[in-house]
Write a protein that binds this ligand. Structure first.
Ligand SMILES: NC(=O)c1ccc[n+]([C@@H]2O[C@H](COP(=O)([O-])OP(=O)(O)OC[C@H]3O[C@@H](n4cnc5c(N)ncnc54)[C@H](OP(=O)(O)O)[C@@H]3O)[C@@H](O)[C@H]2O)c1
Length: 253
C-alpha cells in the first residue's frame, strides 16, 4: 500500500529529503511550499504551494490526503508553521518530526550579542556605536533598521525587497549563498564593516561571515531562534530518513 508523507519545505534540507524519498516505491512524497518565492525550484515528488489556512486547514489537508507522517523541514525562523503543524498533527494523530539544522554557537574569540528580537538588535547597534553595518536578516525584516540614520548599511538579500524600506545610506547586494570564507573576508574589508546583524539560521551556506568576523574582532548581533513546540527532532536529513523508516515501519529498499 502507498503511504503519503508531507514535507513542510522551504529549506535545502527539505529538498534533500524529498530527493531521497521520492524514488522509494510505495511512498508518495508531497512537499509544501509557502509560496513566498516566484518560480521556486520544485522538489522531487509532488508539490503544493500556499498556506493551508491555519490549523483547521492543515487538519483538513492531512485527513483528505491520508497523510501518514509529516516532516517539518521549514526554516528555523518559520515558527508559525511549526506550531500549526504540531497542533494539527496532534489533533489528527499523525506522527511529526522536526528536521532542523543545529544552531551556530559562539566560540571564545567571538564578540556576539545575542538578542531575541529586532528591537533588541536595534538597541544593541545604538549603544554599540556601530557605523558600518552588514545586515543579513532577509528581505522581509529590514524595516526595523531603517530608522538608524547614523549608520551606513550593507544589505545582502537573495531577491530585492518590495517595498524597500527607506534607509538613509546603504548599498543593496543581491546574492545567493553559499558564501565562501575568502569572499566574506573581502566583503567585510572592502566595506569596512564594524558590525554584522543576522539570524541564527545555522548550516554552512552562510556561516563563513561569522569566521571572517571572528578573525577581525567584528561584533555580531545574533538573533536567537524562536521558541518551538516540543516534538521529536532530527538534526540531519539522514536522521529524518531513519525517523521516516521507523515511523512507516519500513527499511530502505
Ligand atoms: N523565516 C525565514 O527566515 C525563512 C528563511 C528561509 C526560508 N523560509 C521559508 O519560507 C517559508 C515562509 O516563512 P515564514 O517565516 O513566513 O513562515 P511562518 O511564519 O512559519 O509561516 C507563516 C504562514 O505561512 C504559511 N507557511 C509557512 N511555511 C509553509 C509551508 N512550507 N507550506 C505551506 N504554508 C506555509 C502558513 O500559512 P497557513 O497558516 O495559511 O497554513 C503559516 O502559518 C517557510 O516555508 C520557510 O521554510 C523562511
Amino acid at each position: 500500500m502507498t503511504a503519503s508523507i508531507l514535507i513542510l519545505g522551504g529549506t535545502t534540507e527539505a529538498y534533500a529529503l524529498a530527493d531521497c524519498l521520492a524514488s522509494r516505491p510505495g511512498l508518495r512524497v508531497m512537499t509544501s511550499l509557502a509560496g513566498r518565492t516566484a518560480n521556486p525550484r520544485l522538489p522531487a515528488g509532488e508539490t503544493r504551494i500556499g498556506g493551508f489556512g491555519g490549523i483547521p486547514g492543515l487538519v483538513d489537508y492531512l485527513r483528505q490526503e491520508g497523510i501518514a507522517a509529516v516532516v517539518d523541514a521549514t526554516h528555523p525562523f518559520a515558527s508559525a508553521m511549526g506550531w500549526n503543524a504540531a497542533k494539527a498533527c496532534r489533533s489528527v494523530g499523525v506522527p511529526l518530526v522536526r528536521l532542523e539544522r543545529p544552531a551556530w554557537a559562539p566560540e571564545r574569540e567571538d564578540r556576539w550579542t545575542q538578542v531575541v528580537d529586532w528591537e533588541a538588535a536595534v538597541a544593541a547597534l545604538q549603544t554599540g556605536g556601530s557605523k558600518r553595518v552588514f545586515l543579513a536578516v532577509g528581505r522581509q525584516e529590514l524595516a526595523p533598521f531603517a530608522g538608524l540614520e547614523d549608520i551606513w548599511f550593507l544589505i545582502r538579500v537573495v531577491t530585492p525587497p518590495d517595498p524597500m524600506p527607506h534607509f538613509r545610506a546603504y548599498e543593496l547586494l543581491l546574492a545567493r549563498g553559499p558564501f565562501d570564507l575568502e569572499s566574506e573576508r573581502a566583503l567585510l574589508d572592502t566595506h569596512r564593516i564594524d558590525a554584522i546583524v543576522c539570524k541564527n539560521s545555522g548550516g554552512e551556506a552562510t556561516s563563513e561571515k561569522l569566521v571572517a568576523a571572528r578573525e577581525r574582532g567584528i561584533r555580531v548581533i545574533m538573533r536567537e531562534r524562536p521558541e518551538r513546540p516540543c516534538v521529536p527532532l532530527a538534526a540531519s536529513v539522514a536522521e529524518a530518513l531513519e525517523w521516516v523508516d521507523r515511523t512507516l515501519g519500513r527499511g530502505e529498499p
